[in-house]
Design a protein around this ligand. Structure first.
Ligand code: GDP
Length: 472
């Protein structure tokens, strides 16, 4: 109705135009950005998005090659519960007290930096697990450069190990395996490497290219060597940033402290952040009144890959929100206000996730080249059979990617991964568990469940041919 009024055409004509695109709408429904553009075009209008307008002010110029300097890698630790993620992070935190620094890492600010003997630095995100990693990614933030996947050598490759691997792969983040608990008499690192090989993940000892190291997070054995491998991987990635500009980066965590007000930990990804800068972070803004590092030290400026906690924001932004520095306080404040307004107005987000019904239309529009699928099933046999059949549906126009497959119900973490990677979820003889359905509804993730293999394959095939009748 709103767009009809703006274009001064009858509402039923706009509804008709939507129907001819295969979208059934009511007059109060909100359309996504892409549909809006197409519909408006039918009536000779061009859509200009206000969101795009206000966000334009913070579009960053590409950096000139000569301004780029090497930055520290940012690492996330993932793996199955109890395999030793926290122990590893704790060990690294406690052992890496740099001589001359005024103390060890005393504050949990959500991330910390360590310096190795040769002066090289690594930044660790202090919230282990692929859920945190993918939740950030679902918010549009890709912070992690390298993932350490911890696997207990006295156990085996567990469901959450597989999830962590899929989540890292879907994000395109290189992995290093830390085969942990080798101090235990029952540890069998070779069995783990064999398990990885059977998943097509060949570690170096097995003639592959993925780095891995046997460690004991409890005793510290092998941890230095593991960190060396992180640096090696970082060198290959050739991580660079320009420190000579206004800072930008991502919020790692934020909370309200009774005495100090809002405290946000941010990870600088480009530029240098200074006390006194005007910052916009998600829907909040403010002047940086003070900065502290993970050692409780006062910090005056923070360059790329450096995590700092800042004081001065007018609220608590969410983990994964972007932050930017502005020349002028008013501009930062205006955008923050506008974002809040827009969010209130928009009942439906402009960027919707793919659904099976929509695939045909998106292919026809020509902007859809890859269909990402998360596949969960009741037994290994059906998961493998469906993987094979789905992959065979790939055509020249559209590639079917199974970004994660596993035996088990559809979980919250599957939904997060789908949201971060724009995937649909297919469950075979399994259903969504716990909060998965609720989050899927909120994130608009398409979950399809089947009990007949043939039906699943046919639906996907029809969808790809644009022939699936909408699910009512
Ligand atoms: P997380 O759930 O992956 O964070 O695992 P934790 O770090 O909490 O470790 C789970 C349990 O395994 C704890 O009881 C640790 O003490 C123990 N653990 C972790 N690493 C090692 C290790 O290298 N050797 C031994 N023996 N135990 C370990």
């Amino acid at each position: 109705a709103e767009v009809a009024t703006m274009m001064d055409v009858p509402i039923n004509k706009v509804i008709g135009a939507c129907m001819s695109l295969g979208i059934m709408v009511t007059m109060n429904q909100r359309l996504d950005a892409e549909t809006l553009s197409i519909v408006a075009e039918e009536f000779g209008y061009e859509v200009e998005f206000v969101t795009a307008d206000i966000e334009e002010a913070i579009l960053e110029e590409p950096d000139a090659e000569e301004d780029l300097v090497t930055r520290a890698p940012i690492v996330t630790v993932m793996g199955h519960v109890d395999h030793g993620k926290t122990s590893l992070l704790d060990y690294i935190r406690e052992e890496n007290v740099i001589a001359g620094e005024s103390g060890g890492i005393t504050q949990h600010i959500g991330a910390y930096g360590v310096q190795l003997k040769d002066g090289q630095k690594i930044t660790f995100l202090d919230t282990p697990g692929h859920e945190a990693f993918t939740a950030m990614r679902a918010r549009g933030a890709q912070v992690t450069d390298i993932a350490i996947i911890v696997i207990a050598a006295d156990d085996s490759i567990m469901p959450q190990t597989k999830e962590a691997i899929s989540h890292a792969q879907a994000a395109g983040v290189p992995m290093i395996f830390a085969i942990n608990k080798i101090d235990k008499p029952t540890a069998n690192p070779d069995k783990i490497k064999e398990g990885l090989a059977s998943m097509n993940l060949l570690v170096e000892d097995w003639g592959g290219s993925i780095q891995s190291h046997d460690i004991s997070a409890k005793q510290g054995t092998g941890v230095d060597e593991l960190l060396e491998k992180v640096l090696l991987e970082a060198e290959i990635l050739d991580l660079k940033a320009n420190p000579e500009k206004n800072a930008s980066g991502t919020v790692v965590e934020a909370f309200l402290d009774k005495g100090r007000g809002y405290v946000a930990t941010i990870l600088v990804q480009g530029g240098t952040l200074r006390v006194g800068d005007y910052v916009l972070a998600g829907k909040n803004s403010g002047k940086v009144k003070a900065m502290h590092d993970e050692r409780g030290n006062v910090v005056k400026e923070a360059g790329p890959s450096r995590p700092v906690s800042i004081l001065g924001l007018d609220g608590a932004p969410q983990a994964g929100d972007k932050f930017n520095v502005f020349e002028d306080e008013k501009e930062a404040k205006q955008i923050a206000t506008k974002r809040t307004q827009l969010q209130r107005e928009q009942s439906v987000r402009t960027q919707r996730h793919i659904t099976l019904d929509e695939i045909g239309r998106r292919i026809a529009l020509g902007d859809f080249k890859e269909l990402n699928i998360i596949l969960k099933g009741d037994v290994d046999g059906s998961v493998e059979a469906l993987t094979d059949s789905f992959q065979k549906l790939s055509t020249e126009e559209i590639q079917v990617n199974i970004i994660h497959k596993a035996v088990g119900p559809v979980t919250e973490s599957d939904v997060l991964l789908a949201s971060a990677s724009d995937a649909i979820i297919i469950g075979f003889n399994v259903r969504p568990m716990g909060n998965a359905r609720m989050i899927a509804d909120k994130e608009e993730i398409d979950i399809r469940t089947y009990s007949i293999i043939y039906d699943a394959i046919n639906d996907l095939k029809d969808a790809m041919e644009g022939m699936l009748s909408p699910e009512m």
